[in-house]
Design a protein around this ligand. Sequence first.
Ligand SMILES: [Zn+2]
Length: 73
Amino acid sequence: MNCMRCGAVLDGIDVGAHRKLINRAAKEFFCRNCLANELGWNRAYLDQTVLRFRRWGCTLFPPLSAEDSKNEN
Ligand SMILES: [Zn+2]
């Protein structure tokens, strides 16, 4: 699956973030760069927000891995 704006390959986090922040029923998605752009957020703020959702156990996202947890502040 690819970003509907720039064509970047999407991962589960991109899809989850789009569902959470734009439209839960979406069939096409933005990558996180395009999503941040769309929301008028900077990318770091989007990543922080996504991490918070994932830490809360939001089921729209893949579970946090040890790798992701290292990026927590
Ligand atoms: Zn994109």
